[in-house]
Design a binder for this molecule. Structure first.
Ligand code: HEC
Ligand code: HEC
Ligand code: HEC
Ligand code: HEC
Length: 449
């Protein structure tokens, strides 16, 4: 019993430490709260963004095991304090790659987000990856854009929310035209972000001055920071991600009575911004909440992810036919051939995790997912490489030839001179997202042979 209490105390301590470590200097300064008064009203803004199709983290590395729709919903149901005036928004860049699998993922992500009950979703450059027709078909998503016109879609330019505590909140959303023209979106027209906001604010005020004006932005951090200065805007929250290795500065910035915050990469953390309004005065508290294994999974979202998995599995089997019909000339000698002459190296390899990389995928029900197979098998999607467990059982796992190159010729007529090339092979798979602690000096000794 005592042990148990001690343990949960430590865990709670850890949770707090993580929150405290997240970059947040301004917020703590403001946590010496004024005493509550009858004129004080609170708004809790919860924000996500930059998801890049990340439905569920891959689990390759504990440090990066954050995010995903199961935990996002789990967080909404059990972490967000109840009874608050809540504004729930997303900063855009939901989709990742223009592939069939990318599109399927996008569909599931949209369906998950529709169930989460967002108040506003910013349109980012990535969100137009599959075109406006695709977006139109995704129901229940409150897209919002104050400076963009999209053919065939008519998202509102702003939103007004009124809450039981009397607060009236206006939400606007702008994106940087430079991001869109670069990626060649032809079905949209855009206005300068600052101009669009300045034009809309008087129109909004005509219906009664809002207590809080929240501007969602989709652009580079430094451009978004400038928009904090627009008269009448209280809160700016920004999103935009270049690619999955983009390190995003999540530091919140206070400017007088105003605040700037930034969405985390890959939906890994949820942002919380607590706005307290005392008449003309406002104070802010900000924190980023890690969606790690301490956050409970939501069963409904797990079921939705299982459905996605089944669809990917079906797609995998569908594409097998075409792969089987292709030229299947042997390219790899395979580890069992190397073993005949390099018994020592083979024994070391067999004890390493490389030799069990395929079993790892089976354990997590992902042995049909192309996004995982490419690093956990030999030569996936390369001529002569892994196709499936049934077709090419001899090419499971990260074999010798993933580091030493295809060596069929060598295994028939051995010649040296290529050993050192293997040192450069690690970076194909040990990339920061999947292996954040990778360092050749510490990793190589674990598999030295
Ligand atoms: C870019 C290459 C790459 C991709 C893609 C990849 N992995 Fe990994 N995976 C790795 C590497 C490298 C490690 C070992 C990380 C380390 O320990 O530093 C690993 C480790 C793992 C582990 C941890 C094994 C353990 O026992 O600790 C799991 C689980 C895993 N991967 C599952 C997946 C799944 C599921 C996918 C697809 C969604 C996937 N991987 C995609 C490279 C990749
Ligand atoms: C084709 C992809 C790939 C290449 C290339 C690769 N690895 Fe790995 N590595 C993996 C995967 C996947 C895992 C995790 C396997 C598992 O546990 O399922 C892993 C795991 C490891 C581990 C175990 C980590 C641990 O903490 O126990 C070490 C060590 C390692 N790799 C070292 C290396 C080194 C050194 C190189 C380059 C010389 C290299 N790897 C090249 C994919 C690769
Ligand atoms: C994860 C990558 C990786 C895998 C998998 C791997 N090797 Fe290596 N191997 C290396 C590296 C790196 C070196 C050392 C290069 C250097 O620094 O000289 C090496 C060295 C060797 C050498 C030369 C050793 C010496 O004494 O100079 C042989 C032989 C060899 N590997 C055979 C194999 C065989 C056989 C397998 C499969 C059973 C295998 N390797 C799997 C990366 C790998
Ligand atoms: C028929 C026996 C035989 C087979 C099969 C074989 N090797 Fe070798 N391997 C040798 C011999 C002999 C050497 C030493 C060649 C030399 O130094 O000229 C060697 C050397 C090597 C080296 C060191 C190269 C260097 O630059 O010194 C590596 C790495 C290697 N083999 C990897 C493999 C891998 C990977 C496989 C399987 C794809 C494999 N070998 C299959 C016999 C074999």
């Amino acid at each position: 019993m005592l042990m148990r209490i001690a343990l949960s105390f430590i865990l709670a301590g850890l949770g707090w430490a993580l929150v405290a470590c997240s970059p947040l200097p301004e917020s703590h300064a403001s946590s010496q709260k004024l005493q509550p008064t009858s004129s004080q009203q609170e708004l809790l803004i919860v924000f996500s963004g930059n998801t890049l199709g990340e439905l569920k983290p891959c689990g390759c590395a504990k440090e990066e095991d954050q995010g995903g729709i199961e935990r996002r919903m789990g967080y909404l149901k059990s972490v967000v304090p109840e009874g608050h005036a809540l504004l729930f928004v997303d900063l855009g860049d939901n989709f990742k790659e223009p592939t069939r699998q990318g599109r399927i993922k996008a569909r599931y992500l949209m369906s998950a987000m529709a169930r989460m009950g967002y108040d506003a979703v910013t349109l980012g450059d990535r969100d137009l990856l599959y075109g406006n027709e695709f977006l139109k078909k995704q129901e229940g998503l409150p897209w919002l854009t104050s400076n963009m016109r999209i053919k065939g879609m008519d998202p509102p330019r702003y939103r007004i929310q009124t809450y039981d505590n009397g607060l009236k909140v206006a939400v606007l959303a702008v994106a940087d035209p430079d991001l869109f023209y670069v990626s060649g979106h032809s079905q949209i027209t855009m206005q300068d972000p600052a101009t669009a906001v300045r034009d809309l604010l008087p129109e909004i005020a005509q219906g009664g001055q809002p207590d809080v004006v929240v501007l969602l932005t989709h652009m580079e951090r430094k451009k978004a920071l400038k928009l904090v200065d627009i008269d009448g805007v209280d809160v700016v929250i920004n999103g935009h991600i270049e690619d999955e290795s983009d390190t995003i500065d999540m530091q919140a910035v206070r400017k007088g009575q105003k605040v700037f915050a930034q969405a985390a990469p890959l939906g890994q953390k949820m942002g919380e911004l607590r706005v307290t309004v005392y008449g003309e005065k406002k104070t802010y508290e900000h924190r980023m909440v890690r969606l790690d294994s301490k956050i409970p999974d939501d069963a409904g979202m797990t079921a939705l992810h299982d459905e996605y998995n089944q669809e990917i599995e079906a797609l995998f089997f569908e594409t097998l036919k075409a792969k089987r019909a292709k030229d299947r000339t042997q390219v790899y000698a395979t580890e069992s051939t190397c073993k005949t002459c390099h018994a020592g190296a083979h024994a070391t390899w067999s004890d390493s995790r490389h030799a069990h990389a395929y079993a790892t995928l089976k354990e997590v029900n992902k042995s049909f997912d192309p996004e995982c197979l490419k690093c956990h098998t030999t030569g996936f999607e390369k001529p002569g490489g892994f196709i499936s467990e049934i077709d090419t059982p001899e090419l499971k796992n990260v074999q010798c030839e993933m580091c030493h190159g295809a060596r069929l010729d060598h295994s028939r007529a051995p010649q040296g001179g290529f050993a050192e090339e293997a040192r450069g092979a690690c970076s194909q798979c040990h990339v920061p997202k999947h292996s954040p602690n990778f360092n050749y000096e510490t990793y190589w000794p674990k598999i030295r042979h």
